[in-house]
Design a protein around this ligand. Structure first.
Ligand code: GLN
Length: 265
């Protein structure tokens, strides 16, 4: 072999190797396990849809309505469900970059999110509520929040509503990564209200001796759906098939009832 040829063979081999190394490092958990695992991204701070528990959890340490739905989807595809628990704010990016196969997180379909991910058929209708102290009389409707101290969870639809629609001044908004933390601040009087999804808000209010106030005129209906990477129609169709079956058989309603009466931490 002449010198030049030898050099190009070595370089070629090095290039192939570095591509292989890069591919190894760069492949996401979803891609590495694509064959037998279905990777669900969620934020397990959202009872009764997803939460962690030591009391007989459904998958790993996780339980909830979304976990039950996702488990069904995985089983239907002959796959094992793996759960990645992360901050809600990064979920859309995790789906669109393929870090997870799907986000099942009580996620409301919004035009903004639809630009980055595809959504399944919807499976639950919610709205926002205001969680306040039991003796609070100054907050009866959403517009009362404008001069109050309000907590929201970062990146939730509640954050957008308080910030953009109700125009609560920035200085009066506290953003947290967990609804549980700001609910504590309503309890100890640091915040006047937390704006959060209805099912979760009611459950947290009940658990913490607070009250959840609705305002259907200000807070629109929100539809939850499962997000997948844009163009992943194969998974989307499988998800929609399972959702359809679960809706028709009444299973989703049963799950909502089951987790409503369950003590969810
Ligand atoms: N439904 C709300 C949203 O999509 C909150 C979801 C969640 O906390 N998991 O922003």
């Amino acid at each position: 072999m002449n010198k030049k040829l030898f050099k190009s063979v070595v370089l070629g081999a090095a290039a192939v190797m570095s591509v292989a190394v890069l591919a190894g490092c760069g492949s996401s958990p979803a891609e590495q396990t694509a064959s037998n695992k279905l990777v669900m991204g969620t934020n397990a701070q959202f009872p009764p849809f997803e939460f962690t528990t030591t009391n007989n959890p459904l998958v790993e340490t996780f339980d909830g309505i979304d976990v039950a739905i996702a488990k069904k989807i995985a089983e239907d595809n002959g796959k094992e469900l793996t759960i990645v628990d992360q901050e809600f704010e990064g979920l859309v990016a995790a789906v669109s970059t393929g870090k997870v196969d799907m986000a099942v997180a009580g996620m409301t379909v919004t035009p903004d999110r639809q630009q980055s991910v595809d959504f399944s058929d919807t499976y639950y209708t919610a709205t926002q509520v205001m969680v306040v102290a039991p003796d609070n009389t100054s907050i009866q409707k959403a517009s009362d929040l404008v001069d109050k101290k309000v907590g929201v969870v970062l990146g939730y639809t509640g954050d957008n509503i308080v910030t953009d629609d109700l125009q609560v001044p920035e200085a009066n908004i506290q953003r947290a990564n967990r609804a549980l933390d700001i609910i504590q601040d309503v309890k100890n009087g640091k915040l006047d209200a937390v704006v959060v999804d209805s099912y979760t808000g009611k459950a947290l209010a009940e658990k913490n001796g607070l009250k959840a106030i609705e305002d259907p005129e200000a807070f629109e209906a929100e539809e939850y759906a499962i997000a997948v990477k844009k163009g992943n129609t194969e998974l989307l169709e499988q998800i929609n098939k399972v959702l359809k079956e679960m809706k028709e058989s009444g299973e989703i309603e049963q799950l909502a009832e089951k987790y409503n009466t369950m003590d969810v931490e």
